[in-house]
Write a protein that binds this ligand. Structure first.
Ligand code: SF4
Length: 452
């Protein structure tokens, strides 16, 4: 077959993938691409426990490292921000949070013996808004957490905080329990944009005060999240938000491109469909934001991890802290083996099972079907690995792939590698396969070659 014919067939295949994805609601959500085949089982805590026990025993028999991260989800916020697609709800009253704290502790108690022989790698308390817990509730959660579970001495322990609910008492508790990193969701400093998104309880003074308090409590690793492209924002507004935050000198600034929470948001504020947003609006908005980020990061002494336009977020670290140990945001079960605790948490048992808690019962019961999950075959675990890396950095570490799965990516996916090479989307280097995409949606389309 001639070269031209081969290319024609491959391009037809790309169009076919594009059509499949456009028919799916969750096109453009990289996390959901993993669930290309849906979560198909309802699972009880008892069964989850059996899977973890099996995984730990297997690692022990094989002498494999047992690297597991611990994630706790606090699903409450002061109010629900309009742009937010995270699983969280407005807290009705203190008693509701009290009940949730008790529920978490029942969970900890139930799972503790499964993990009694291992030390967890990292800890991430996210949400929602963990800092919505008052000191008594936070103390209760952390006292029980460290009573039931152990962590490596050098583990990274992160708590997400909202500037509006950051208090001295909670920060000193976090410090007392060994937390070494605080992550703030600030998103924007544009007052008009904050108001549109029902987040106007936050202003620059409260953020400055919160970051000051965190520093006074001895935390050095502070990360601030911003969003580029929020409804009502402008390049000038984004420039101001980035500059003002950079002047406060957090270790890291992480900028996310706006992921619209639903089609209604797009219709109301952007007057466009999801396809138009991602195909036309998003790439040009991100291209402008990246130009701003290039200039400002240089001006304020930050070093970017990448300016790749096909990513959904870009990290900037202050040059004074380039040597400090690597810190990362929580990226769900897709970044490795994660034990998630609490409503809406997601977990991943490497090569065996992925699951999420979808229901919040009033009381913990061993056999209630509160999780949805699916058993992973080896091939699916491999695809998950590839997509994780594609989502994060547009390159796949082939040596690590081989170490994890005992086979090379070229043997496991000969057709995908061939097709992507012929289409000029990858280049192969010694350690990495690098992908070249002009815009994020291409990641989703071309990733489907690995599902063939
Ligand atoms: S505070 Fe954070 S998690 Fe809560 S609604 Fe706002 S963006 Fe979402």
């Amino acid at each position: 077959m001639s070269d031209n014919n081969i290319l024609k067939i491959l391009r037809n295949e790309v169009s076919y993938f594009e059509n499949i994805l456009r028919r799916r609601d969750y096109f453009y959500d990289i996390n959901q691409l993993h669930t290309y085949s849906d979560y198909n089982r309802q699972i009880s805590p008892r069964l989850i426990k059996d899977y973890w026990a099996k995984f730990i025993q297997y690692a022990k028999n094989k002498n494999n490292p047992c690297d597991i991260d611990f994630y706790i989800h606090i699903p409450f916020c002061q109010s629900k921000c309009v742009y937010c697609s995270y699983p969280s709800q407005t807290a009705r009253d203190r008693r509701e949070i009290d009940r949730y704290v008790d529920y978490l502790i029942e969970n900890m108690c139930f799972f503790s013996d499964t993990f009694s022989q291992i030390k967890f790698r990292n800890l991430y308390v996210g949400g929602g808004t963990p800092s919505i817990l008052n000191s008594k509730q936070l103390d209760k959660v952390l006292t029980n957490l460290f009573r039931y579970f152990s962590f490596c001495g050098d583990s990274q322990k992160t708590a997400e905080c909202n500037p509006g609910s950051t208090r001295n008492s909670r920060l000193s508790l976090l410090k007392h329990f060994g937390f070494n990193r605080v992550s703030f969701g600030v998103q924007t400093l544009n007052a008009k944009v904050l108001k549109i998104h029902k987040r106007d309880y936050q202003d620059y003074a409260s953020i400055k005060k919160a970051i000051g308090l965190v520093k006074e409590n001895g935390f050095r690793d502070i990360s601030v999240d911003l969003i580029a492209g929020l409804a009502g924002d402008s390049p000038n507004g984004f420039t101001k938000s980035f500059s003002e935050i950079a002047k406060l000198r957090p270790y890291n600034i992480v900028v996310y491109g706006l992921m619209p929470p639903n089609d209604g948001y797009l219709r109301k504020y952007f007057k466009m469909s999801r396809a138009d947003y991602f195909q036309k609006h998003y790439p040009s908005m991100i291209s402008r934001a990246l130009k701003i980020m290039r200039v400002l990061s240089r001006k304020f002494g930050y070093v970017a991890d990448s300016f790749d336009p096909a990513r959904f977020h870009w990290g900037f670290r202050h040059k004074e802290h380039l040597d400090s140990s690597f810190s990362q945001d929580y990226s769900g079960e897709y970044a490795g083996c994660t034990f998630g605790l609490g409503t809406f948490s997601r977990s991943y048992i490497h090569g065996m099972l992925e699951y999420r808690q979808v229901k919040q019962p009033r009381h913990f019961e061993f056999d209630s079907k509160i999780y949805e999950g699916r058993i992973l075959r080896k091939k699916e675990a491999m695809i998950k690995f590839i997509i994780n890396h594609l989502a994060l950095e547009s390159k796949v570490p082939q040596k690590i792939f081989e170490a994890v799965f005992g086979t090379s990516i070229f043997v496991a996916f000969p057709y995908a590698i061939y097709a992507l090479k012929r289409l000029g989307k990858i280049k192969i280097f010694d350690d990495y396969i690098c992908f070249y995409f002009d815009k994020p949606e291409e990641k989703y389309i071309y990733a489907l070659f690995f599902y063939r």
